[in-house]
Design a protein around this ligand. Structure first.
Ligand code: PXL
Length: 268
């Protein structure tokens, strides 16, 4: 891979195999120079029964000042869990100050799954995220996030017509490429990719277990492949296969809160 310098903006959950603790090792292993903008430090992710949350928004202006002093620019941006509504404006400021010509912005909105908002989020957050998505070249919502963002009713069981209606609703929010992740159709799991007015579907075998943090892993592998010039289809296939391999390496009984992606990364 040619030298690429990516900035990933998301939280640091000290325990839980998600957000920065998966993005950093995965992107680095793929040869991407990965710079980080931590939005918050949490004791652990919010699917545990309790957590602490230290918001880093106030420190970010100091960080930006020094990045400007040092003349840093990034070839790409990957955004995941931000945490607070005010970070949307910070993200826009970040693109304005630190993008180069042609830098790509990939946003996984990360605020909901399985029909529900994650703890600590509300509709104001969703509205602010919808505004931020205008700045994206690629968005990676799951079905729940797509439903909250568009107001299209959430369904657990659906067909291609429902998926494509959801995509059309998302086109009102962003001009970027739309990829809805974790679509379940015909007993398989995959993505719909909507780019240049065309739909494409990528499906893999659906595994019975669902795990936390797999969306963050998907986004990291997707981004690494995208920055190396792979097609959107190949990026989704590589990311989907990586997630499936992680799930196969994880025993839900002894490890409920994330996947053992480390074992997959070792054999890459
Ligand atoms: O995996 C998404 C994620 C990231 N960061 C934090 C989370 C979650 C999902 O719940 O709580 C802090």
């Amino acid at each position: 891979m040619k030298n690429v310098k990516l900035l990933t903006m998301q939280d640091l959950s000290c325990v839980g195999q998600c957000s920065l603790t998966v993005a950093l090792p995965i992107l680095s292993a793929y040869g991407v120079e990965t710079c980080v903008l931590p939005t918050a430090v949490l004791s652990n992710h919010t699917m545990f029964k309790s957590w602490s949350y230290f918001d880093l928004t106030n420190e970010i202006s100091n960080i930006f000042k020094e990045w400007e002093n040092n003349g840093f620019k990034f070839d790409g941006f990957l955004l995941g869990y931000l945490g607070k509504k005010q970070l949307m404006d910070v993200a826009e400021e970040c693109f304005d100050k630190f993008a180069k010509d042609g830098s790509k912005v990939i946003i996984d909105p990360v605020f909901a799954d399985n029909g529900k908002l994650y703890g600590g989020f509300d509709t104001e957050y969703v509205k602010a995220m919808a505004k931020l998505l205008k700045r994206a070249d690629i968005i990676l919502p799951n079905m729940t996030e797509a439903s909250f963002l568009t107001g299209v009713e959430y369904r657990e069981v659906y067909d291609k017509a429902y998926v494509e209606n959801m995509v059309q609703a998302l086109t009102k929010i962003t001009d970027g490429t739309i990829i809805i992740t974790g679509i379940e159709l015909g007993g398989k799991i995959g993505e719909v990719i909507y780019a240049n007015g065309k739909y494409e579907y990528v499906f893999l075998e659906k595994l019975p277990e669902k795990y936390h943090g797999t969306g963050d892993i998907f986004a990291s592998v997707f981004t690494a492949n995208y920055l190396s010039g792979a097609s959107l289809t190949d990026c989704c296939l590589a990311a989907g296969k990586f997630v499936a391999d992680c799930i196969k390496k994880t025993d839900k009984k002894s490890h409920f809160y994330g996947v053992n992606f480390e074992h997959v990364l070792n054999n890459k």
